[in-house]
Write a new protein. Structure first.
Length: 201
């Protein structure tokens, strides 16, 4: 009779020894989920996944809202053994408290500009275009998080190229002042800007 109780007893002891899943643990699991794609501390190692480290708190929340409210298209992707997903689904599953926690966490991580090949001639043309069309909002050559805009300098070029395409085709909605600026540019100007942002770090 006694013997039959032993396993139950052990089971309860075992459960008591397991750390209770508290909010802190949930949060670090959430961060790890983001880091699968966005890289450790939000510095992405993959050209189609943007780095998200070091963005401003407000800018981060704004961006996540754009996904939540479906104002921003996002590429579909699939990871081994995972269903296909898009950033919109991920954002819509997060609570306001999660989002504030993530904004706080990633805004405090150090942004590491990606070192990428660039054409120096195009980059210097891009520098002039940036100064006259973009610097007003994307401060310090697109390096300054305090402007509450996404960091452009040292962001992955393939990711940025896709964003230009999505903004210009109207698939990604941005403020009219921003899209009006972009519409004044031709494809060569955009390539020059991309080379410029790859050159700044
Ligand atoms: C399975 C991969 C994946 C996961 C997991 C993921 N993301 Fe993303 N994320 C992406 C991709 C891809 C994009 C670019 C989407 C696009 O605009 O096409 C993106 C874009 C973003 C952006 C916009 C960056 C910018 O420069 O505008 C933010 C912010 C972001 N993700 C935050 C998060 C957070 C926070 C988490 C965790 C809760 C997360 N992501 C989880 C793949 C992922
Ligand atoms: C009036 C202010 C303003 C001007 C001028 C402006 N932008 Fe922006 N830009 C923004 C804002 C705000 C966002 C965030 C948009 C959003 O997600 O809704 C943004 C986002 C972007 C993004 C997306 C980055 C990412 O990681 O998702 C790119 C690329 C960009 N801007 C490039 C440019 C370039 C190049 C110029 C100059 C030709 C420019 N912008 C001029 C305000 C501006």
């Amino acid at each position: 009779m006694f013997k039959r109780f032993v396993p139950f007893f052990l089971l309860f002891v075992g459960l008591a020894l397991l750390p209770a899943p508290g909010p802190a643990e949930d949060f670090s699991a959430l961060v790890k989920r983001c880091e699968i794609c966005h890289g450790q501390n939000g510095n992405s190692g993959l050209p189609m996944f943007p780095s998200i480290a070091g963005f401003s708190y407000e800018g981060f929340l704004y961006t996540m809202d754009e996904y939540r409210e479906n104002r921003r298209i996002a590429i579909e992707f699939q990871q081994p053994n995972e269903p296909e997903t898009v950033m919109i689904n991920i954002a819509q599953q997060l609570s306001d408290a999660d989002l504030k926690g993530l904004a706080n966490y990633f805004s405090k991580r150090k942004y590491i500009p990606r070192s990428q090949a660039f054409d120096p001639e195009l980059a210097s043309r891009g520098a002039i275009l940036h100064e006259s069309h973009c610097e007003r909002c994307h401060l310090q050559n697109g390096t300054e998080p305090a402007d509450d805009k996404p960091i452009l300098a040292g962001q992955w070029t393939p990711y940025l190229r896709l964003q230009f395409k999505n903004i210009l085709s109207g698939k990604r909605l941005v403020s009219r002042r921003m899209s009006n600026r972009l519409k004044k540019l031709n494809q060569e100007d955009i390539e020059a800007l991309l080379n410029f942002y790859a050159s700044v770090n």
